[in-house]
Design a protein around this ligand. Structure first.
Ligand code: F6R
Length: 620
């Protein structure tokens, strides 16, 4: 959610900044902007919409700046307008700021600054940060006049010290509540980018005579090989040949740089048209890599068996698709291990005074490991003394650093906003944990973990293209589509509905098939589309009753099911592979994900960047 980049080195900073920003566009695409320093002058360029608009504007313009900061925005405070786009500047236009996070007390600070005569041009919290930093840096500084004079007379050699700038940055941070990763350019410092971080991600990239900062490692791929993930409270600056990191008391620290493990081809489209298409195809290998790596590295054995031997209460907390993976886990754990599971949306868990204590085991699922709602729940669980276990896909994420144990998913970088392969990898990791607990508690479960591999690969022999193309024609102009299923299939229906709605903008709603007659059947009318999922042997008869009820109202039922003989009861049937009942999620989800992808294309939408959304939701 918002991506920031900074570059200082010997090359032209603007093309490099734009290239790095492109790798962060998944974090927001409401607007893009950059600021640069060039021979004592500061330039700021911003455009509304995707990064390509900024790219097009800057094409053919050669600006000889070797220092720049850039931003790609997901709007939180204020609409997607040029005024609200980052970077933002202080009252004297001597500094510019890009920011990822939220300054919660921005309104009261804004009032105070307005009372001092400072004028604002945007609705953003970031402009408040920039104005406050400018105020702390200059208005409070007896040398301000000298500094200001310098900018009216470039021959002056007067400079405010870097120490003073860091102090002002620190003071500003202490006055702001909320979360931030900020990068700051200050006129007079053509060779320096200042930064600070609290709760929003920020990494530094070390190169040869050039240094970078960015919200995430994909931005640094192909430009540097080593990165340092800043800790909360750290601030500092980067120069061409120097990196200074300080703690919250401005005491210099010694950052330890790590090798970037992601390979450039992992974040490239290759022969695919969209990342969503590529990532759906990578679903099976993501599951297999996850299960194999957990086994090979003995990840589960790092969690002491005793915690699963004694009585415990188990909580699962996550958001969106990750929560849907958690729902599958709850179903399997309750059904197979007979252990009750409490499951909550992370955004709700925090505010309901959850029943957690030192006997609780809390599972948190997050592709990014950055989702603010889920992170707050981790914090809460830790305060209550619970054992915390995270399932994350992004190595070295904030969530990883917070929890007691990490069970990594190995889906590789997921770029498309809609999660597909990471969802399946999360299921792979969750099934591995269920298998581990079953062994510890001497319970025989109805699935063999080694068969997960087969279930994940089961789609390889199926070509869904023709059938799904016909179905897309049937649904692409619908306003509402209902998804129904029972038991495990209802949980899968929820995920299938989320996937289709977020990339096609068709209203989709998932309902337990048996619940229809208790109210929602009133919505089912002639020719409306109902997508039914049926994969469980013991539910065939009951589910068929529901399909008949829907048919009798004249609606069209599209069935996703491995049972071939049901074709006669529905308008269209996508025949899916038959695998162990408990492992069906690994088989049936792929065609449902492809359906969402193809429907987005049929509606001329970009499946990788659905409107209003971003990949890493770093605000609550
Ligand atoms: C939907 C989707 C989102 C995420 C949710 C949690 O396709 O991707 O619902 O699953 O925002 O994100 P993570 O897993 O990063 O915590």
């Amino acid at each position: 959610m918002c991506g920031i980049v900074g570059y200082i080195g010997n090359h032209l900073a603007i093309p490099i900044t734009l290239k790095c920003l492109a790798a962060l566009e998944y974090r927001g695409y409401d607007s893009a902007g950059l600021a640069y320093l060039d021979s004592g002058n500061m330039g700021v360029v911003k455009r509304v919409g995707k990064l390509e608009n900024l790219n097009n504007f800057l094409k053919n313009k050669i600006i000889p700046a070797s220092c720049a900061i850039g931003h790609t925005r997901w709007a939180t405070h204020g609409k997607a307008t040029v005024e609200n786009a980052h970077p933002h500047t202080d009252a004297n236009s001597v500094l510019s700021v890009v920011h990822n996070g939220i300054i919660e007390n921005y309104d009261s600070i804004k009032k105070e600054l307005k009372d001092k005569g400072i004028k604002f041009y945007s609705e953003t919290d970031t402009e408040v940060f920039a104005k406050l930093l400018g105020y702390n840096l200059f208005s409070q500084n007896p040398d301000f006049d000298k500094y200001y004079a310098m900018h009216n007379s470039l021959h002056s050699t007067y400079k405010i010290s870097k120490k003073h700038i860091l102090k002002a940055l620190n003071t500003t941070i202490s006055q702001c509540n909320g979360t931030y990763a900020v990068a700051v350019l200050v006129k007079g410092y053509d060779d320096t980018i200042f930064f600070a971080k609290y709760k929003s991600p920020l990494i530094l990239g070390k190169g040869q005579d050039e240094n970078f900062l960015a919200s995430d490692t994909p931005a640094l791929l192909g430009v540097v090989s080593k990165f340092y993930s800043l800790k909360d409270g750290e601030c500092g600056y980067i120069e061409k040949g120097k990196i200074v990191v300080c703690d919250e008391n401005l005491k210099q620290t010694k950052p330890i740089f790590k090798k970037i493990s992601v390979k450039p081809e992992q974040v490239m489209l290759g022969s695919f048209k969209h990342f969503m298409q590529k990532e759906i195809e990578q679903g099976a290998e993501s599951v297999i890599n996850t299960i194999d790596r957990i086994k090979k590295l003995g990840i589960l054995e790092r969690i002491p068996a005793q915690i699963f031997e004694k009585n415990f209460n188990l909580h699962i907390t996550a958001c969106g698709t990750a929560l849907h993976a958690g729902m599958v886990a709850k179903y399997i754990i309750e059904n197979q291990l007979r252990i009750p599971v409490f499951l909550d949306y992370a955004s709700e868990f925090r505010y309901k005074e959850p029943l957690i204590n030192a006997e609780s085991i809390c599972l948190f699922i997050s592709q990014s490991g950055e989702t603010a709602d889920t992170l707050s729940c981790v914090e809460l669980a830790k305060q209550k003394g619970a054992t915390t276990i995270a399932f994350t896909n992004v190595p070295a994420s904030r969530m990883e650093s917070m929890v007691d144990y990490v069970i990594p998913t190995s889906a590789g970088p997921e770029i498309a906003v809609a999660s597909t392969k990471a969802y399946l990898a999360q299921l792979g990791a969750l099934y591995s944990l269920v298998d581990y607990i079953a062994k510890i508690r001497h319970i025989t479960v109805n699935f063999n973990i080694d068969n997960v591999r087969l279930a994940a690969l089961s789609n390889a022999k199926f070509n869904y293209d023709e059938t799904l193309n016909e179905i897309v024609e049937l649904i692409k102009n619908e306003e509402s589509i209902y998804f129904v299923g029972r038991g495990l299939d209802y949980i899968l229906a929820m995920e299938a509905a989320l996937k289709l709605k977020e990339v096609s903008y068709i209203h989709c709603e998932a309902l337990p098939a048996g619940e229809l007659k208790h109210g929602s059947l009133a919505l089912i009318k002639r020719d409306c589309v109902v997508i039914a999922i049926l994969t469980q042997d013991d539910l065939v008869e009951k589910m068929l009753n529901n399909i008949h009820e829907i048919n009798s109202r004249g609606a069209k039922v599209i069935l996703f099911s491995p049972y071939a003989d049901l074709e006669k009861f529905v308008s269209a049937h996508v025949l899916t592979p038959q695998v162990d009942n408990m492992l069906e999620p690994f088989a049936v989800m792929k065609p449902l994900q492809i359906l969402a992808y193809k429907t987005a294309l049929a509606r001329n939408l970009d499946p990788d960047k659905p409107r209003n959304l971003a990949k890493s939701v770093t605000v609550e």
